[in-house]
Design a protein around this ligand. Structure first.
Ligand code: G6P
Length: 593
């Protein structure tokens, strides 16, 4: 949610470097963008626009004419203030004295703004962010660093903030709950600050982590400080093992299809990881007084799958709650309770808040995350990385199946049958490898062509595949913009069946197990009312108007069932001329509440 990128170093085209870094972060927000360049004449020049940054080749001449060694940029996902050029970042005080970019929400901005206005400050945007620029300016007589710290102390909420001043050759940056990472090329004395690592991977793989309540000052050197202390904080340089290719589209037209196809390998990577981690998690679950899975969006649906997996495989009751709803269940948390947080990014604000509240009660945290360097990973007691590699399309695909695989492994480990679980998943991974071929994609494209013009569709599932029906609906909504809803098949007759009319598409997810007759009979109920049934199943059935074959995978059925629906959502997006990588109104990582 909002991408930040900054450069400070000897190269004199900092603005252009920031422009190119921001393009790699566009998945975090793409309604508007902007760059600020500080040139050698102590001037800051700003360019901002409404719309996507991807099609922009160069910055305006007034940003590139003069040598520039310091630049900051931002790609926005609007929270406060509409999508306008004025509301786009960077924001500044008069004469561009102080210029800032910001990710997150300044919760008490209204009262701070009133105070500043009564002190003579004039605001030009409707954003919460602009308040920070004026707060910094208000205290500049104490020095840039102190003014920056004071502003942050006055602000409430979760955010990452970068500031530059017209008269100083440095960038100040701080974080409180929103991601910000420093990339460092020691030999060249180059520094990058970004919301996510892929943005600077082409320049360096060496990073320094900024923790919450810390700030960094970068000029021709780098210094970290606590926001509430005077002393410098010592940091290590860490070399990360991501490769550039995995963060790029390669020959694929979109990240979404690239990531769907990567499931051939990502699943194996998730399965073949440190057994100790899985066994330790299982042991903690066995001994916990109440385990709560927490996640948001797709990660939330994965969590729901988890409750079924633990029930069937480990005969264990595990609770699930969305991060944003978790507060209502806090009273049940005791110091012997356990939370399993699921997240691709490890930065989702609602999930992070649930973790923080649980931690206050002494609850132990296991996190199942993709970004191993994320806040969530850093504040958890046990981290199980899913090893899916960078996931950039907003709609989660490969992270989803890897997260389900990890939960499946832990459930088997809880039952003392880890080897059995591993064997099942290894077989499933090899079946997926066979399944994901161009013919299969073409076959799914055919059904997409048949239904591309419809307004509504429904997905039904039962048991393990009920949450998959919900996840399927999310996938279809996100990228095709078709009204899609998932239901437990048995619940249709209690209301939703009233929505079925002649030709309404309904995907029935049918596993080859004891639930099969039930879900088939639900599909028949829909068909009798004119519904067009698309069966996602290992075996064909006379009720299906169109059959999408998936392997018979037993407890791994959720993994194999969601993949063709991910492809269907992608194909529908293409046919309906939507950009599947950057769906409207959404952002990859939701770092605001
Ligand atoms: C956003 C994304 C979803 C994702 C959700 C949770 O809404 O668009 O794809 O499932 O956030 O993100 P997380 O990073 O915590 O898995």
């Amino acid at each position: 949610m909002c991408g930040i990128f900054a450069y400070c170093g000897p190269k004199d085209n900092a603005g252009e470097l920031v422009l190119s870094g921001l393009k790699k972060l566009e998945y975090r927000g793409y309604d508007s963008w902007g760059v600020a360049c500080k040139n050698t004449d102590s001037e800051i020049t700003i360019e901002k626009h409404v719309g996507k940054i991807s099609g922009v080749d160069h910055l305006n001449k007034d940003l590139t004419d003069k040598p520039c060694h310091i630049a900051i940029g931002h790609s926005r996902w609007a929270t406060h203030g509409g999508v306008t050029e004025k509301n786009a970042h960077p924001h500044s005080t008069e004469g561009n004295e102080i210029v800032i970019v910001h990710n997150g929400i300044l919760e008490n901005y209204e009262e701070l703004k009133k105070e500043l206005e009564s002190n003579g400050h004039t605001f030009t945007s409707e954003t919460d962010t602009e308040v920070f620029a004026h707060l910094i300016q208000e205290n500049m007589s104490d020095g840039f660093e102190n003014a920056f710290k004071k502003a942050l102390k006055q602000g409430k909420g979760r955010y990452a903030l970068l500031a530059i001043s017209k008269d100083q050759s440095k960038i100040l940056a701080a974080r409180r709950g929103s991601p910000l990472i420093v990339g460092i090329n020691e030999d060249a004395k180059e520094y990058f600050i970004a919301s996510d690592i892929p943005a600077f991977l082409e320049h360096t793989k060496k990073v320094m982590y900024l923790d919450d309540e810390q700030m960094v000052s970068i000029n021709d050197g780098i210094k970290f400080f606590g926001l509430n202390t005077e002393e410098e904080v010592q940091k290590r340089i860490i070399e990360i093992d991501w490769d550039i290719e995995s963060a790029e589209k390669g020959d694929h037209p979109h990240f979404m299809i690239k990531e769907i196809l990567e499931q051939k390998e990502t699943l194996s990577r998730a399965i073949n990881q440190e057994e100790d981690n899985i066994l330790e998690a299982a042991e903690v679950i066995r001994n916990a007084y109440g385990t709560y899975i927490v996640g948001c969006g797709t990660a939330g649906k994965v969590g729901m799958v988890g409750t079924y997996l633990f029930s069937h495989i480990a005969k264990k009751h595990i609770n699930f709650m969305f991060g944003s709803e978790f507060g209502s269940f806090l009273p049940f948390m005791k110091d012997k309770s356990l939370m399993i947080a699921i997240s691709q990014s490890g930065e989702t604000a609602d999930t992070l808040e649930a973790i923080e509240e649980a931690k206050k009660k002494g609850v132990k945290i296991i996190s199942i995350v993709n970004v191993e360097t994320s806040t969530m990973a850093r504040i958890s007691d046990i981290v199980i990385p899913i090893k899916a590699g960078p996931e950039k399309a907003v709609a989660s695909t490969k992270a989803t199946t890897s997260q389900i695989a990890i939960l499946t492994l832990i459930a088997y480990a809880c039952a003392g049958k880890l080897a059995e679980g591993k064997k099942l998943l290894v077989e499933t991974a090899s079946q997926i490898n066979d399944m994901l071929n161009p013919r299969y994609e073409g076959y799914i494209r055919e059904v997409a062509e048949k239904i591309a013009d419809i307004e509504s569709m429904y997905i039904i599932g039962k048991d393990l595949n009920y949450p998959i029906a919900l996840e399927a609906a999310i996938k279809l909504q996100e990228v095709s913009y078709i009204h899609a809803e998932g239901f437990a098949g048995g619940e249709l007759k209690h209301g939703p069946i009233a929505l079925i009319s002649e030709g309404t598409p309904c995907i029935a997810i049918v596993a080859e197990d004891e639930t099969k007759p039930h879900i088939l009979s639900n599909a028949t109920e829909v068909k009798s009312r004119g519904g067009y049934i698309i069966g996602v199943a290992p075996e064909n059935n006379s009720v299906f108007d169109y059959w999408i074959k998936v392997p018979n995978a037993g407890m791994a059925s959720p993994i194999v069932s969601i993949i063709p629906i991910q492809i269907l959502a992608y194909e529908l997006a293409i046919l309906r001329k939507n950009n599947p990588d950057m769906p409207r109104n959404l952002a990859k990582s939701v770092t605001v509440k």
